[in-house]
Design a protein around this ligand. Structure first.
Ligand SMILES: Cc1cc2nc3c(=O)[nH]c(=O)nc-3n(C[C@H](O)[C@H](O)[C@H](O)COP(=O)(O)O)c2cc1C
Length: 204
């Protein structure tokens, strides 16, 4: 089985929905999946100021990611809302705890992919995905863009960097965004499974 970890930060729940859609797609393609959020570190006053943020914090049931989730995984999907054109500090804080794994080479050669949501179409979707991918370059991972292989992505959502949803100040991910996320999950599982098979055949 191919193991896929979907690890995300979300404040108002949009990225959480995309994360689960990615896991569904990977599962459809035969992978074993884990979905984990990362620790919320924002002050309570900031969370309380936004009812959707407070609501998500109080109802999210995804356990926090651990380093073991990364070593378990053959492939990792990383998601964050766009925050001033880049990923949220909460995701980066988790990724910044991976120095020990990096030093041992334990993240090298895993397949990584990224996804995001921003309020506006030109508000930094691509720059956020590229910034998340920077961690994967340093890990020595193989970065899988969403590309245009999927017809729905090519014709409707149109972002080859990774699944992304334009939330327009508060909307939840629509069916188009969720379809793109599922396609990314399926593709991640298929690519990783092919890679694993090729490596196993190369060893025999
Ligand atoms: C502090 C902060 C910074 C943000 N920066 C951007 C931004 O640079 N561009 C943008 O389009 N949206 C920005 N947004 C909006 C979020 O990216 C958007 O609402 C996203 O859908 C939230 O995802 P979530 O529900 O998973 O938290 C920002 C939101 C916050 C709270």
């Amino acid at each position: 089985m191919t193991n896929i970890a979907v690890i995300y930060y979300s404040s108002t729940g949009n990225i959480a929905k995309l994360a689960h859609a990615i896991a569904e797609g990977a599962h459809e393609a035969g992978a074993t999946t884990r979905v984990h959020s990362v620790a919320e570190t924002a002050p309570a006053a900031a969370i309380d100021a936004n009812p959707r943020w407070r609501g998500f914090v109080d109802t999210n049931t995804d356990d926090p990611a651990t380093l073991e989730d990364l070593t378990w995984a053959d492939a990792i999907a990383l998601g964050s809302p766009t925050r001033f054109g880049g990923p949220a500090a909460q995701l980066k804080s988790f990724l910044d705890t991976t120095g020990g794994l990096w030093a041992q080479g334990l993240l090298a050669d895993k397949v990584c992919t990224a996804f995001t949501s921003a309020s506006t179409g030109h508000g930094g979707l691509e720059s956020t995905i590229l910034a998340i991918n920077n961690h994967c370059y340093h890990w020595g991972s193989l970065i899988m863009p969403l590309g245009y292989r999927d017809t729905h992505v090519r014709k409707v959502t149109g972002n080859p960097y990774g699944a992304s949803f334009v939330s327009r100040q508060g909307a939840a991910p629509d069916d188009d965004a969720l379809l793109a996320a599922r396609a990314q999950g399926r593709q991640l599982a298929a690519v990783t499974s092919d890679l694993r098979r090729g490596r196993q055949e190369g060893q025999t």
